[in-house]
Write a protein of this length. Structure first.
Length: 89
């Protein structure tokens, strides 16, 4: 599955890369270079982050599923127990 950034956030990501390069490198980079760097990072490193996120979500969901029987458990045969309680006065 190829990772892609939504079109509306791509300009912000490119601007962020340009700013980082301007503040941390001896030479600033232009829009085209920053866009190329973004495409490289998304394709090369993006899958690592994506896969880790999927693993994290799976672990959280499995933990929640393990608690599901406790959370939604209902004891059977409660009708008569509720009926047989002494009436409050």
């Amino acid at each position: 599955m190829a990772l892609e950034l939504p079109r509306d956030v791509r300009p912000q990501a490119v601007a962020s890369i340009e700013r980082w390069c301007r503040e941390h490198l001896d030479e600033p980079v232009g829009n085209v270079t920053a866009g190329g760097m973004l495409a490289f990072f998304v394709e090369e490193i993006g899958p690592l982050i994506y896969n880790q996120a999927v693993t994290d979500v799976q672990e959280r969901l499995q933990a929640r599923l393990a608690e599901l029987d406790i959370e939604v458990h209902e004891d059977p045969f409660q009708y008569w127990r509720r009926r047989d309680k002494p009436a409050r006065r």
